[in-house]
Design a protein around this ligand. Structure first.
Ligand code: MN
Ligand code: MN
Length: 264
C-alpha cells in the first residue's frame, strides 16, 4: 500500500498562536530537496512510498472545513491509499479519525503530545485543538488510546482519561508504553510539542521536559502493526529556528511513510 500526503492548512481552532496553517508546504519542501536524502532509516525510498498528494485549500468556516477534511481522508482510503496528514493545529485529527473509523472501525492510537487534548470544550469550542481526542472517544473512533509525552494535563482531563481507559504517560515513561495495545488498526498522531522544545522549538505551546527525537523514532520502529494512517500537527513556522522543527517533521514523515508501506 502507498501513502497519500495531505496538507490541512487550518489554525483557526488554536487557543493561542496562529501559524500552523503555513506548515504543510514548508515541511513538504524539505522532504525532497537537494540537501536531504529520500530514504527512511530502514532504507525505504520515500519518493516511492508517497504516491499522491492533496494540499488543497480548506474552506474558511470551521464546520465546513471539518467536513472537507473527513471527505478528503475518506477519498484517500477509498482509493486504497493510506493518509498521512499535516496540520494545521490538532483540531484536524478528529475529522480525520471520523473517516478512519468508517473504514477500519475503532482505532488503536499512539498519540504523542505534551497535552492530552481531552477537554470537554475549550474557550467555548468543542472542536478546539484542546479537544480532538475527547470528541474521537465520544464518537466511537477509539479502541485504545496511548498518550506519550504528557506534561500538562488538567485535573478534569485526567478524570476524563481515567474514565475512558486512556493510557497517559509522561515523557519519562517511554519504557512503559503498552505496545500490545497498539495493534491493528493502528493510527499515529504526533503533536510536535510532545517533543522537547530543544529539538522542536517551532510550536505554539512549548513545554520543556519532553521527548527526544530519538525516543520518538524508536517508538515508530517498535510499533507492532503497520499504521493505517498518521498525522503530524502543530508545527508553527513563526516560532521555528532555522527550520529545526520542520526538519524533525520531515524525518518523522519519512519514518511514518516507511512504517505505513511495510506490512499490511
Ligand atoms: Mn495536541
Ligand atoms: Mn500539544
Amino acid at each position: 500500500m502507498t501513502v497519500t500526503l495531505l496538507g490541512f492548512s487550518w489554525d483557526a481552532s488554536s487557543s493561542y498562536a496562529r501559524g500552523p496553517a503555513l506548515a504543510p508546504n514548508i515541511i513538504r519542501s524539505l522532504l525532497f530537496n537537494e540537501a536531504s536524502s529520500p530514504y527512511s532509516l530502514s532504507g525505504v525510498d520515500i519518493s516511492d512510498a508517497i504516491a499522491a498528494y492533496d494540499f488543497a485549500e480548506l474552506p474558511a468556516e470551521a464546520e465546513v472545513s471539518r467536513t472537507a477534511i473527513t471527505d478528503r481522508v475518506a477519498k484517500v482510503v477509498g482509493e486504497q491509499n493510506k493518509p498521512l496528514s499535516y496540520g494545521g493545529d490538532h483540531s484536524v485529527t478528529y475529522p480525520i479519525l471520523r473517516a478512519m473509523k468508517e473504514a477500519h472501525g475503532a482505532l488503536n492510537i499512539l498519540h504523542i503530545d505534551a497535552h492530552p487534548d481531552l477537554y470537554e470544550e475549550f474557550e467555548g469550542d468543542r472542536y478546539s485543538h484542546a479537544c480532538p481526542f475527547a470528541r474521537a472517544i465520544e464518537d466511537g473512533c477509539v479502541n485504545n488510546l496511548v498518550q506519550v509525552g504528557i506534561r500538562s494535563a488538567s485535573p478534569a482531563q485526567r478524570v476524563f482519561g481515567k474514565k475512558h481507559d486512556v493510557v497517559m504517560l509522561g515523557a519519562e515513561e517511554v519504557d512503559s508504553i503498552p505496545y500490545d495495545k497498539l495493534i491493528a488498526p493502528l493510527y499515529v498522531s504526533i503533536d510536535l510539542d510532545g517533543i522537547d522544545p530543544a529539538f522542536a522549538p517551532g510550536v505554539s505551546h512549548p513545554e520543556p521536559g519532553g521527548l527526544t527525537v530519538r525516543e520518538v523514532l524508536s517508538m515508530l520502529s517498535t510499533l507492532p502493526a503497520s499504521p493505517v494512517g498518521a498525522d503530524i500537527v502543530e508545527y508553527n513556522p513563526e516560532r521555528d529556528i532555522n527550520l529545526m522543527t520542520a526538519h524533525v517533521a520531515a524525518r518523522l514523515t519519512k519514518e511514518l511513510a516507511a512504517a505505513m508501506t511495510q506490512g499490511g
